[in-house]
Design a binder for this molecule. Structure first.
Ligand code: GLU
Ligand code: MG
Length: 452
């Protein structure tokens, strides 16, 4: 790897690149990085660069919690080792390149708190079972003039939703996004003015899960840089205002065995066999899963009925209110297209952990084959409590205490993280919850606007 890193460093230097962002995401989904000069790249690829082990216990507000016993002192150091195969020059920041890191111990061993390593382990477990996954994110975000503190007071586009006219004032930014994504090796599926005030959405092409998480981080860096050049700021926060449409980062996955998509549509218009097991596994663990994939206090505020964000635990076929939306294959698209979309997912999730939890829940479903209930075509938010009871539809965790209870109640999801990372993750959530306890919902939303 150091040979490949030396060659990349030489090319970068010749192209005028001065430094490389070594990037990861913490347990709040907040990207963190260290820049090294290109001359240090080969050394970093071999030995890593040092960082405090306390990044595992940073909360959403950059406070460090010492409530997790194994990381309860200021002592301790880890190594950040760039993943050389994923090195990219940043088109929008020409003096810089970018690579995701693995977090290793000082002896070069896997560090139990490394989220990327946790995802790699789930992908490897899938491979042992003959399963191969594909994953892709949709990113919703709000755009505002740079320096504004309130997106709703100063929307970056006037709407209407989905209108080409809404994007005219953002023409330079949109052009830069299309250019920079392609140059950074990221493939956009579609881009549009979304439903919410000042909201945009773009989808990323499906790929293997680890690349999908890497791509999600690189996409954020790319969008922030392009926005800045065009005098804009973007908010990836789950909510930009209490009554506003949320920013969902919907996560699409599918699973294959011997090249066959297990989610392909059976005779009843639903997946059957192992595909039904995968979907039923996600549904069974949805409350615990959501504690990982939409883990912040603003996440819980986003998950309201009527906003296409997923508030109740159920699944549906092409039902946009369903947190698990089955997207069937078709004559036009082929069965390879079939996938399941998780809507209870946002930028405050660590993308590696989110995908690791989804894969684990789905694999456990294939293994155990829990019964898959009938799909629901309506919004259960409009039903009475009794109607929901009859259909077995319950509210997803709506506050940090409910999220924590759901997480520890699922040995499958808690087990994915392992005791150490689970302890750190829970300590961070508790720290966020304590921060939020005496603040209003508006204050909570405002404090997270520019964190991701
Ligand atoms: N903005 C919605 C959310 O909070 C999603 C809308 C859509 O279905 O694209 O997830
Ligand atoms: Mg959308």
């Amino acid at each position: 790897m150091t040979k490949a890193a030396s060659a990349a460093a030489k090319d970068f230097a010749a192209a005028g690149v001065g430094g490389v962002h070594l990037a990861w995401a913490d347990n709040n989904g907040i990207p963190r990085s260290r820049i090294i000069p290109v001359a240090g790249l080969a050394d970093a690829a071999g030995r890593g660069v040092g960082a405090t082990s306390l990044f595992a216990v940073f909360d959403s507000h950059d406070a460090i919690t010492y409530a997790h016993d194994k990381l309860s002192t200021p002592s301790g150091d880890i190594r950040l080792v760039p993943v050389v195969e994923r090195l990219r020059r940043l088109a929008g920041q020409p003096a810089l390149a970018w690579a995701p890191v693995r977090q290793l111990t000082r002896d070069g061993e896997p560090w139990p708190y490394c989220q990327r390593t946790v995802l790699e382990a789930q992908v490897a477990e899938g491979a042992r079972r003959g399963l191969e996954f594909r994953a892709g994110y949709e990113l919703e975000f709000a755009v505002a003039p740079a320096g504004s503190s309130d997106v709703l007071a100063a929307p970056g586009h006037p709407g209407p939703a989905y209108s080409p006219h809404a994007l005219v004032p953002l023409d330079g930014f949109i052009g830069a996004l299309l250019h920079d994504f392609a140059a950074n090796g990221l493939q956009i599926g579609q881009l549009h003015a979304e439903y919410g005030v000042a909201q945009l959405e773009l989808s990323l092409a499906a790929t293997d899960p680890v690349s999908a998480a890497d791509d999600q981080l690189l996409a954020r860096q790319t969008i922030h840089a392009a926005a800045r050049v065009h005098g804009l700021a973007v908010s990836f926060a789950p909510l930009v205002g209490l009554d506003a449409a949320g920013n969902g980062w919907h996560l699409h996955t599918s699973v294959r065995r011997k090249g066959r998509n297990l989610l392909e549509t059976g005779k009843t218009g639903q997946p059957d066999g192992d595909g039904a097991g995968y979907l039923a596994g996600l549904l069974r663990d949805l409350p615990a899963l959501t504690a990982i994939t939409a883990p912040s206090v603003p996440s819980t505020l986003r998950l309201r009925p009527g906003y296409f964000a997923g508030a109740y635990a159920f699944w549906g076929v092409e039902n946009r209110e369903a947190p698990l939306r089955y997207v069937p294959g078709s004559a036009l698209l082929g069965e390879g297209h079939a996938n399941v979309e998780l809507k209870t997912s946002d930028a405050s999730a660590n993308p590696y952990l989110a995908l690791a939890a989804v894969l684990a829940a789905g694999m456990a479903g294939i293994e155990d084959a829990p019964a898959l209930p009938e799909p629901i075509g309506d919004d259960p938010g409009g039903w009475t409590d009794r109607e929901r009871d009859v259909r077995g539809v319950s509210r997803l965790p709506a506050n940090p205490a409910e999220q924590d209870a759901a997480l520890v109640a699922s040995p499958r999801i808690a087990g994915v993280l392992g005791d150490d990372l689970l302890g750190a993750f829970r300590a961070v959530r508790a720290s966020d919850a304590a921060w939020a306890a005496d603040r209003t919902a508006d204050e909570i939303v405002a404090a997270h606007l520019w964190r991701y």
